[in-house]
Design a protein around this ligand. Structure first.
Ligand code: SAM
Ligand code: DTB
Ligand code: SF4
Length: 326
């Protein structure tokens, strides 16, 4: 049993980041093997159920009303359409369906419309996840009653860097929602984005905030910024491949029992880099051609990737890797 800590000091985390790459990866992979099957990767599919016109000013986001990104706003989707998309995702092998909305926070009325979506997806035998912005403790309880398995709410960056990324809310607001979700006994999914001009210390601090929560998030998505034309971050220099892989490795070491998701940005990553991320401890991906508003690798490409790496997905019918015609 690996000891779970939530008293990580920033110096210890920075020391991990500064290890020789091979030493860091060996350490992370050894821990990964103690808690997980190293050849198993969980697959979740995403659907944006409400697009654009968000009042927040997150500098990375295509859906903020503050930037002209050319995205057409769309109102909340109908339940039937959402369930059709969920069925498609299930047929392709997804085990979790995550529904996202471009809201600062849901109103109680809009939350009522999301409830039948959660119930319908659950009835299909998939795990359910939603990401709807800030929640009150009461709203979290309503989602729990609807059968919600996971709530995604990213801290995105370090608390020190937060005001360079978003000004319409505070870092503490994110922590308050995570607390409400945890107290409602919903699994917490929380991580961040690399490639927003942050320093290595910011990455260490972001992981420290996640790892020092009272309970580690069950799922930790690490996104590579998908640069969106029209947003303040459209031209920010991306991290090097090894810097990205190091962050996955440190997340694995700090949170040994959490599922670490290699999230947005995979279209900009080759087979070798993704393989290194899986070696470093990533064991989940977003699966399907679309993220929320941007593209993701095709299912055929991911089947090929898994097949080449000998990875099995936790498919609810059959292994995605075995499904590939070799
Ligand atoms: N509005 C809700 C919120 O902010 O929590 C839910 C949807 S929001 C789009 C979900 C997450 O997607 C963000 O917290 C961020 O981490 C991630 N994200 C958004 N745009 C991204 C981008 N261009 N590249 C990488 N990740 C992104
Ligand atoms: C997460 O950490 N990444 C996902 C999901 N949680 C909601 C979203 C990625 C969005 C990428 C940009 C877009 O498609 O708009
Ligand atoms: Fe709105 Fe979420 Fe995009 Fe921020 S990340 S602008 S809260 S949709």
């Amino acid at each position: 049993m690996i000891e779970l800590r939530n008293d990580w000091q920033i110096g210890e985390i920075k020391a991990l980041f500064e290890l020789p790459f091979n030493d860091l990866l060996f350490k992370a992979h050894s821990i990964h093997r103690e808690t997980f099957d190293p050849n198993k990767v969980q697959v979740s599919s995403l659907l944006n159920i409400k697009t654009g016109a968000c009042p927040e000013d997150c500098s990375y986001c295509s859906q903020s009303s503050k930037y002209d990104t050319g995205l057409e706003r769309e109102k909340l989707m109908e339940v039937e359409e959402v369930l059709q998309q969920a069925q498609n995702a299930k047929n392709k092998g997804a085990t979790r369906f995550c529904m996202g909305a471009a809201w600062r926070n849901p109103t109680d009325k809009s939350l009522d419309k999301v409830i039948p979506m959660i119930q319908g997806v659950k009835a299909m035998g998939m795990e359910t996840c939603v990401t709807l912005g800030m929640l009150s403790p009461k709203q979290a309880a309503v989602l729990k009653d609807a059968g919600l398995d996971y709530y995604n709410h990213n801290i995105d960056t370090s608390k020190e860097n937060y005001s360079n990324v978003v000004t319409t809310r505070q870092f503490q607001d994110r922590l308050d929602t995570l607390e409400a979700v945890k107290n409602a006994n919903i699994n917490v999914c929380s991580g961040g984005i690399l490639g927003m001009g942050e320093t290595e210390t910011d990455r260490a601090s972001m992981l420290q905030s996640l790892a020092n929560l009272e309970k580690h998030p069950d799922s930790v998505p690490i996104n590579l910024l998908v640069p969106i034309p029209g947003t303040p971050f459209e031209n920010v220099k991306p991290p090097s491949e090894s810097e990205f892989v190091r962050t996955i490795a440190v997340a694995r070491i700090l949170m040994p029992n959490s599922v670490v998701r290699l999230s947005a940005g995979r279209l900009d990553m080759g087979e070798g880099m993704q393989a290194l991320c899986f070696f470093a401890g990533a064991n989940s991906i977003f699966y399907g051609e679309q993220l929320l508003t941007t593209d993701n690798p095709t299912v055929a490409n991911d089947k090929l990737l898994f097949s080449r790496l000998g990875i099995n997905s936790e498919d609810n019918q059959q292994s995605v890797a075995q499904d590939v015609a070799l």
